[in-house]
Write a protein that binds this ligand. Structure first.
Ligand code: MLT
Length: 326
């Protein structure tokens, strides 16, 4: 039933296909707004800027970044769901904003799976377990022992309940039996600044945001949450190889309001695929520890099916973990 509804929302624009045809050919005739659910300077903002810049070259119109923060991205997604389905407003998001929040936030005034149309699956990245340089722990074992000796006393950064850095923290707590305070920020961009200045002391954050800071020696990196070490960071061991089995990957995607003509979705998808196929962009994303999807995985229908699977998977995980929004 849900599957039929999701696919229906994909087809909803079909009705406007005829109108879309001329509309599609003239599209875009002005700049496109991309709603970013977190603060500037963080991993999702960076992804939006990299894709916005390159997709603008494909489509001949600028992408304007609209950082709309709060409630772990659920405010921004609501704004996108209410936007005009004309192709001039799209939304970037990830496993937290467009999947986990559906289970965690009981009063969302939109349906994540039917009020937004998938445009393209974007790259995904593991997270790094990081700390400020003032933390003395030399490896993951020592960090976990220190956290266990100070349960819920150490300030750690997240982008709110349901955000990627929160889901990663939950996976870290489950894998290590330790915990830290979950200090909410409007994104891990500002949280990273506070980690660098030791206002907070630990975080499990996407490699695209934490790896450059670790490379610059501004923070310490203890582990990567991937199955195997990243070619972008062969010196950072996995959590699993250090005795704490843990794997979490944060995937991003693009969506448009329900009713956006499929021809326009197809043009936006083609521009996103061209971005991933650009050798310069590929190198830049891979250097940040990102894994790049194939054009087939990026396709709207394939992405919709993937989102549906992830929705069911995280619903089970979060319900079992009894995670509550305070
Ligand atoms: C961001 O861009 O700030 C992150 O994606 C936030 C998060 O941890 O979900």
């Amino acid at each position: 039933m849900l599957r039929r509804k999701v696919l229906a929302s994909l087809g909803a624009g079909a009705a406007t296909l005829s109108a879309g045809r001329s509309f599609g050919q003239a599209y875009p005739s002005k700049s496109i707004s991309i709603i970013v659910p977190f603060a500037a300077g963080g991993p999702t903002d960076l992804m939006a800027r990299i894709f916005g810049e390159r997709m603008a070259r494909e489509l001949g119109q600028q992408f304007v970044i609209d950082n709309t923060t709060g409630a772990a991205g659920s405010i921004a997604v609501g704004k996108a769901a209410r936007a005009a389905p004309d192709g001039y407003t799209i939304q970037i998001g990830h496993v937290g904003t467009n999947v986990a929040n559906g289970t965690l936030y009981k009063n969302l005034n939109y349906n994540l799976l039917t009020d937004l149309v998938p445009i393209a699956r974007l790259p995904q990245n593991p997270s790094l377990v990081v700390s400020s340089n003032q933390v003395e722990a030399k490896d993951l074992k020592e960090l976990v022992a220190w956290l266990k000796a100070n349960p819920d006393k150490i300030p750690g950064g997240t982008a709110g309940i349901g955000s990627a850095s929160h889901l990663a923290a939950l996976a870290f707590f489950a894998a290590t039996g330790s915990s830290y305070q979950l200090i909410p920020y409007r994104g891990t961009g500002p949280a990273m600044q506070d980690l660098i200045s030791n206002q907070i002391q630990v975080m499990v954050d996407q490699s695209s945001n934490s790896l450059p800071q670790a490379r610059a020696g501004k923070i310490k990196a203890y582990a990567i949450t991937a199955k195997t070490r990243s070619p972008a960071a062969p010196d950072i061991p996995t959590a699993t190889e250090q005795g704490f089995p843990m794997e979490i990957t944060i995937w991003h995607g693009l969506w448009a309001p329900k009713g956006t003509p499929p021809e326009i979705i197809a043009r936006l998808n083609a521009a996103a695929v061209a971005t991933v196929q650009d050798p310069e962009i590929r190198k830049r994303l891979e250097d940040l520890g990102q894994d790049l999807p194939t054009p087939a995985e990026m396709a709207p229908a394939a992405f919709a099916a993937f989102q549906l699977e992830e929705y069911a998977r995280w619903e089970k995980i979060l319900t079992a973990a009894n995670v509550k929004i305070e």
